[in-house]
Design a protein around this ligand. Structure first.
Ligand code: NA7
Length: 536
């Protein structure tokens, strides 16, 4: 193979992470091309256009901080932006920095093959386009590979079925329709609470109830619109100081440092605050002390009982797992929809789906006719989209096989056996408020690739030892918390047949960033740097 690549780097994915990576690498003078399966930019905010799709992190703390001009020019209207506003934002960014000319859209990568002789990747898309590159930056997203359950009779249903992350851009008319929503994660809850007022009948199929807390969104006054721009540096500094890159951090007190009355008052205060505050500003033992976590659950169970009139429905809606051991959804009047006569809840563990029929769905106890079935069933999370790009590393080893027992990475960026393959926003690395976490990782990867190029080094690979130490560290961290017993997509337990393995790094991002700085300062310790000279 000719060892002169077309590109220094190919960035797979033009979502939040990929767009940023592309921008940074181009600014650094690298030749770089973006490959995107969709027809537009925005990633999650391009694909997830279902009714009610909305951010649950504060938008001004979630989006990019790299350009003061961008912050000045763009105006947020409310605390938690809806999908259309976010898609518009990412288009604005892409146009403002002229990124689209460097992206191939409608280009779903299906094969990414390493050649050991030339130290190059050959990347092939479903549409037949082929590229060669010295480096691949996989930014395909942790919630990007949709999970569609395999129900008996699924193909017989004559109504319309949509997975929430493959939503038609022209929208769907729910008015007066008989609708099923399967799944009650963040997405299912957003869909159900949004369509409930207009449908003829809504039936929500729930496998596991979740602890949803109020989003408490609010519209910005003109003064507030200006304030979020003016304070952007202050907000940014906050996101860089907290564990999850959110605006708030864990309370310094334990649950037991306060009286029961003070505790109740604190929970009540958090319940009235916007967004993920309830868990990101909770007591410091929320994730380590079961009894402490139980106190939160008791408080939230009381709220469900108070908001849902039918005690049996309230019981079904009340989870048994610890608060935030699964990612907690945010809601707006979600619990109240069950007080409507035309809304039903089906608890699947008590009444499983038997089959789809031509006209609807049958459970063990009942059957319904539906016009529309919404699959809010989530994703082959964290690893799914990375495996689906068909990466084959040294000696043709497939990433899907290498990760069969769970993801193995060094710092969530490198994978042993996969030289010059960088993950931006994947397993075992960045975790929390994604854009704010990945900005640092994107800068770091850009510096690394630029360094390799300037030094004429054409190969970098994590050592097996560094990788196994990191994987072990990630596992140790989770084993010290209540997350260790969770049934959640963080463990892959939502995907039938997927081996249970923890996929994330859960120490504070401040610690993560320090470690990356250290690795860079020590000449990329934990990796082997090749000594071949680049052919120019
Ligand atoms: P989630 O959070 O994975 O939620 C998916 C939901 O679908 C969840 O309630 C699942 O139940 C349910 N599910 C999955 N498979 C089935 C089958 N076969 N039958 C019935 N129910 C099923 O995905 P979301 O899209 O809601 O949210 C993803 C993230 O996006 C979210 O956390 C935020 O970070 C934003 P389970 O709980 O697995 O029993």
């Amino acid at each position: 193979m000719n060892s002169t690549p077309q590109y220094d780097a190919l960035v797979i994915g033009a979502g939040i992470n990929g767009l940023y990576g592309l921008y940074k690498m181009r600014e650094a003078g690298l030749s770089v091309r973006g490959l995107e399966a969709g027809s537009g930019v925005g990633g999650a905010w391009y694909w997830n256009r279902y009714p009610g799709a909305r951010l649950d992190s504060e938008c001004y703390a979630y989006t990019y901080h790299f350009s003061p001009e961008l912050i000045e020019e763009w105006t947020w209207d409310e605390e938690f932006a809806p999908q259309a506003k976010l898609e518009a934002y990412f288009n604005y960014v892409a146009d403002r920095f002229d990124l689209k000319k460097d992206i191939d859209f409608d280009t779903r990568v299906v094969s990414t093959v390493w050649d050991e002789d030339s130290n190059l990747w050959t990347v092939t898309a479903e549409n037949g386009r082929t590229y060669t590159s010295r480096n691949v930056v996989a930014a395909s997203g942790i919630l990007a590979a949709p999970l569609v359950p395999d129900y008996a009779g699924f193909g017989d249903f004559k109504g319309t079925v949509f997975h929430t992350s493959r939503w038609p851009s022209e929208g769907v008319d729910f008015k007066g329709k008989r609708v099923a929503v399967i799944g009650v994660g963040s997405t299912g809850i957003q869909v159900a609470q949004t369509v409930a007022p207009e449908v003829a009948q809504l039936t929500v199929f729930q496998r596991t109830p979740n602890w949803a807390t109020p989003l408490n969104n609010y519209q910005f006054s003109d003064a507030r619109k200006m304030e979020v721009k003016e304070k952007s540096d202050e907000y940014y500094a906050l996101t860089q100081s907290t564990g999850g890159c959110f605006l708030v951090d864990t309370d310094s007190r334990s649950t037991w440092d306060v009286t029961p009355e003070e505790r109740e008052a604190f929970f009540e205060e958090l319940y009235g605050e916007p967004g993920l505050t309830f868990y990101s500003r909770g007591f410091n033992d929320l994730f380590t002390d079961k009894a402490a976590n139980d106190e939160v659950c008791k408080f939230l169970a009381t709220k469900i009982k108070a908001r849902v009139k039918d005690p049996e429905t309230a019981r079904k809606l009340t989870p048994t797992h610890g608060f935030a051991t699964k990612r907690p959804p945010l809601e707006t009047n979600y619990y109240e929809i069950y007080n409507q006569d035309n809304v039903d809840l089906v608890a699947l563990p008590e009444e499983p789906i038997v089959r789809f029929t031509e006209t609807g769905i049958e459970t063990t106890d009942r059957s319904w006719d539906f016009d529309i079935v919404v699959l809010a069933t989530g994703f082959d999370s964290i690893t799914g989209s990375f495996v689906r790009i068909g990466a084959q590393g040294v000696d043709g080893i497939a990433l899907s096989d290498y990760w069969e027992d769970g993801p193995k990475t060094y710092m969530g960026i490198f994978v042993h056996n996969f030289p010059n393959f960088f993950i931006l926003g994947g397993p075992q690395g960045v975790n929390g408020n994604q854009p704010r976490c990945t900005e640092f990782a994107g800068d770091w990867i850009t510096t690394c690739i630029s360094y390799l190029k300037s030094e004429g080094i054409d190969r970098i690979e994590a050592t097996a030892e560094a990788e196994s130490v990191w994987v072990e560290h990630c596992n140790e961290l989770v084993n010290g918390t209540l997350l260790r017993d969770a049934q959640s997509w963080l463990w892959g337990s939502n995907v039938p047949g997927k081996k249970r393995a923890f996929t994330m790094y859960i120490a504070p991002q401040t610690v993560y960033r320090d470690r990356l700085r250290e690795i860079e300062a020590n000449g990329y310790e934990g990796t082997e740097l090749g000594d071949k000279i680049l052919v120019s």
